[in-house]
Design a protein around this ligand. Structure first.
Ligand SMILES: NC(=O)c1ccc[n+]([C@@H]2O[C@H](COP(=O)([O-])OP(=O)(O)OC[C@H]3O[C@@H](n4cnc5c(N)ncnc54)[C@H](O)[C@@H]3O)[C@@H](O)[C@H]2O)c1
Ligand SMILES: [Zn+2]
Length: 331
């Protein structure tokens, strides 16, 4: 299944006008696009990660029951990653599973969360611990939704796009050329978004259940996730990914080509213009130890090394901390 990529939101409108569908969106998207949902069976979930919960799934399911939905109903999620993850999980649960269509409206949802069929919610403060693999039948990307996206959410998606660029030689070359246009939402953004979507699709197609190739998508996330947590989520997730990519590359700077390292600094610096948060190597290590990618007491870093290649580094917590400490002051 390949995502359908276009600009106009008319493609989404057509889906919402078809038979036996039920739509889930969030309160911000509903406010920005009221005419899209007029006369369509739908429910509006409150916007924000804190509502990515089993309670919200229960609300969607009960609203579907009240609306007379059945096993043939197709659920359509129109929103960012929170809406897609939550509504996709509701689709996996409603009457033991109904079809669903994902219409991502944030940059992150278009290039990342909307592709791959991972659905789920947070429980007890733990992210994505209840979930299901449930592939949407269609993913419909309408880039015009991005016109209303706030700057912070744009940069969030750009962080994941930079990561994809470091994992694929062709995207890398175009991203280095077009980074200023991407950040400023210029003309080249549309093409880079399409390349990024196709890249995520290719990785998911090769490794649906995340046993091998898909692990490379965790680049930047070992340090990124830990710093995100320690810094209290002040910046967007994608900005922490950019900082994580930077720190993880610096931890292995002795193994990387200096020209590649400096291009990586340039790309990450455009996405995240904030200084590296003041966190200690010890705290980052302690937080990274809890990462679910780890095994056997070692901390795993997926390191892009140039030319689209990635090396899996396994470090003892002591070695991880030592390498991070060495580079933190220079970031
Ligand atoms: N399923 C996966 O494989 C996967 C991968 C990566 C991330 N995720 C998940 O995705 C979520 C993050 O997704 P997100 O960044 O899209 O967050 P989000 O869904 O919270 O959207 C961000 C904000 O943008 C608003 N918004 C959405 N579309 C808009 C538009 N067109 N115009 C204006 N505002 C709009 C939302 O209301 C929200 O306030 C996280 O919960 C994360 O765990 C899932
Ligand atoms: Zn991410």
């Amino acid at each position: 299944m390949k995502a359908e990529i276009g600009d106009a939101t008319a493609a989404a409108e057509r889906i919402l006008r078809s038979d036996n569908i039920f739509t889930v969106t969030d309160s911000n998207v509903a406010d920005f696009y009221p005419s899209l949902f007029a006369g369509v069976r739908h429910t509006v979930i409150p916007a924000g990660e804190k509502y990515k919960t089993l309670d919200t799934v229960g609300k969607i399911v009960s609203d579907m029951v009240s609306a007379g939905c059945d096993r043939q109903t197709t659920l359509v999620a129109v929103g960012g990653g929170v809406t897609g993850d939550t509504a996709g999980f509701a689709a996996a649960c409603f009457m033991r599973g109904v079809k669903w269509i994902n219409v991502p409206t944030t940059l992150l949802a278009m290039v990342d969360s909307g592709i791959g069929g991972k659905t789920g919610v947070d429980v007890g403060g733990y992210k994505n611990v209840a979930g299901a693999f449930h592939m949407p039948g269609r993913v419909v990307v309408c880039r015009d939704f991005l016109r209303t996206l706030p700057e912070r959410e744009w940069l969030c998606g750009c962080g994941e796009m930079i990561k994809h660029a470091l994992l694929d030689r062709d995207i890398y070359d175009e991203t280095v050329r077009g980074i200023d246009g991407l950040i400023s939402r210029g003309e080249c953004a549309g093409r880079l978004i399409e390349m990024s979507v196709r890249y995520k699709e290719s990785v998911v197609a090769a490794d649906f259940k995340e046993s091998g190739l898909r692990k490379r998508l965790n680049a930047g996330h070992t340090v990124g996730h830990a710093v995100e947590r320690l810094d209290g989520f002040r910046l967007s997730h994608g900005e922490y990914v950019a900082l994580g990519l930077l720190a993880e590359a610096e931890m292995f700077s002795d193994e990387l080509d200096p020209a590649y390292l400096s291009a990586l600094h340039m790309l990450c610096g455009k996405v995240c213009r904030h200084p590296f948060p003041s966190v200690s190597a010890e705290d980052v290590t302690e937080t990274a130890k809890a990462d679910k990618k780890n095994s056997g007491g070692e901390i795993v870093v997926m390191l892009p090394v140039g030319g689209g290649d990635v090396e899996e580094k396994r470090l003892t917590p002591e070695e991880f901390s030592r390498r991070l400490k060495r580079c933190l002051s220079a970031l």
